[in-house]
Design a protein around this ligand. Structure first.
Ligand code: ADP
Ligand code: MG
Length: 468
């Protein structure tokens, strides 16, 4: 990069070079991450606790085929919003006949209320939604069936039960940890007099895979890149040593990697280490902290603050707001990187608006280089993780992945809205696989696959023998 000589750049240039070196992801680094991801997947499938990757069994062993028919519901609880959805499925020919959905934000006080209070709220939103039935009909005597997307760490015990390990993402509801969250919801529905049942409990990654698979049989992997990150894929049951009991040897199931916990061979900087140390979960979720939306802005902020303090990036004084953790968000990085003006006006106004920084053209250029360095590393490492999954499946089944069309379904705000991130991710996959193989691998945004996906899993796991 061209850094013009000025008193600012002279001091900052070596800092930028060091950051770029520390974040570099040349092919050998990517290959090592892909290989280690494959090895970790294998170790986690062998035995519980065998790897950084938990390789959680989803109990989803019937994937949507397109033949599903009838009315099904989905509930999605995974962050600040709660969504209810219903879908009328018409089988192979008619597919999705109609969907309706409603979104409400979880009142702040319920995030630290009792378990009963939270689940009563969910049940009452559902009751209200179900009453406004519209054109949707259930045959007489048949209960409404729900696919429940619950994106908190759960120890799944069957397709329709799972024990909450702990609340995350700002939830501190008392009395749920250690309990079956499906039972909690069923009890709340009983209290509200709602005659419905949960047929499938899934996380958002699994629901995304199911939703994408409904439209395309070649979907084998799903990845979420949003506030956090996770991935899952379709595995053969006989390739899962830790899976006990009888199963058909041809059987397949979805396995949830919980890949945010991956950690081997990642190029990390002092800014990553400091951010981790200051986090609520130091030493944990290192891959997530390197590649997901919650953290990219914060890593960049830490690098910029250092350059401001030690290299006078923004002149002699250091803007006070730049010292505030998380003041710079990943959407700010992406807004700055979309700037096409000659004098980088957007970069200037974002810096001023979010961090109170007065910048020159030279310092804006350096800011852009810092953003690009952090985002490039993130996108390329995410790509290497994806190749690690594909590689593992390919090793077991020569030609089944790389020798034909294979689809990776992507979702999450970071992937959806950050074009440079997407580009770096795809570039890394292409570099790792080579031109020929990478033509077979389709990396595709699955818009809102998870809502319909959960309803589809309620259908494929219906308690009733027949569709109607
Ligand atoms: P969640 O992961 O909480 O379910 P989303 O999938 O909607 O939610 O992702 C939200 C995250 O996506 C935000 O935390 C942010 O990091 C990232 N994000 C949102 N908008 C943008 C944007 N314009 N550019 C880059 N990243 C964005
Ligand atoms: Mg989400």
């Amino acid at each position: 990069m061209a850094v013009r000589s000025s008193s600012i750049s002279v001091a900052v240039a070596p800092m930028l070079t060091k950051l770029q070196q520390d974040c570099a992801t040349p092919l050998p680094v990517l290959r090592n991450v892909a290989d280690s991801m494959s090895a970790d997947i294998r170790a986690g499938l062998a035995v519980d606790g065998g790897s950084d990757l938990k390789m959680i069994l989803s109990y989803v062993d019937r994937l949507p085929t397109g033949n599903e028919k009838g009315l099904f519901y989905a509930l999605d609880l995974g962050g600040t919003n709660f969504r209810v959805l219903r879908v009328q499925l018409g089988g192979k020919d008619e597919r999705v006949i109609a969907t309706e959905s409603e979104q409400v934000s979880i009142p702040q006080e319920l995030m630290s209320a009792t378990s009963e209070e939270l689940f009563d709220f969910i049940a009452s939103v559902l009751a209200n939604f179900a009453q406004k039935g519209g054109n949707f009909h259930l045959p007489p005597g048949r209960k409404g069936e729900i696919g429940f997307t619950f994106s908190f760490p759960v120890k799944q015990t069957s397709i329709d039960s799972g024990i909450l390990i702990k609340w995350t993402k700002g939830f501190s509801v008392s009395g749920t940890a250690g309990k079956d969250v499906v039972a909690c919801l069923n009890e709340a529905m009983d209290r509200k007099g709602i005659d419905m049942r949960v047929s499938a409990l899934v996380n958002d990654t699994v629901a995304t895979l199911a939703g994408a698979r409904y439209w395309d049989d070649d979907v084998m992997v799903a990845v979420i890149l949003g506030t956090g990150t996770n991935a899952c894929y379709v595995e053969r049951m006989d390739a899962i040593p830790k899976l006990q009991g009888d199963f058909p040897s041809s059987g397949r199931t979805i396995v949830n990697l919980e890949w945010g916990a991956y950690r081997k061979g990642l190029p990390l900087t002092v800014f990553d280490r400091d951010m981790d140390a200051a986090s609520i979960n130091p030493g944990e979720q290192i891959f997530e902290k390197t590649i997901s939306g919650m953290y990219l802005g914060e890593i960049a902020r830490r690098a910029l603050l250092y350059m401001a303090e030690e290299g006078s990036l923004f002149g002699t004084s250091v803007p006070e707001k730049l010292s505030m953790p998380f003041v710079l968000g990943t959407p700010d990085l992406s807004a700055m990187q979309q700037d096409t003006t000659d004098d980088l006006q957007t970069v200037g106004s974002v810096l001023y608006d979010v961090a109170g920084v007065e910048s020159t053209l030279n310092s804006r250029k350096i800011v852009l280089e810092v953003c690009d360095t952090i985002v490039k590393r993130a996108g390329r490492l995410a790509g290497a993780g994806i190749v690690g999954i594909l590689q593992k499946i390919e090793e077991d089944t020569q030609g089944v992945i790389f020798g034909k069309r294979t689809v990776v379904a992507m979702d999450g705000g970071l992937y959806e809205r950050y074009s440079q991130y997407r580009r770096y991710l795809k570039e890394s996959v292409a570099e790792l696989l080579g031109p020929e193989t990478s033509q077979n691998i389709v990396i595709e945004h699955s818009k809102d696959g998870s809502g319909i996906g959960a309803a589809l899993l309620a259908a494929t796991n219906s308690k009733y023998d027949r569709n109607y």
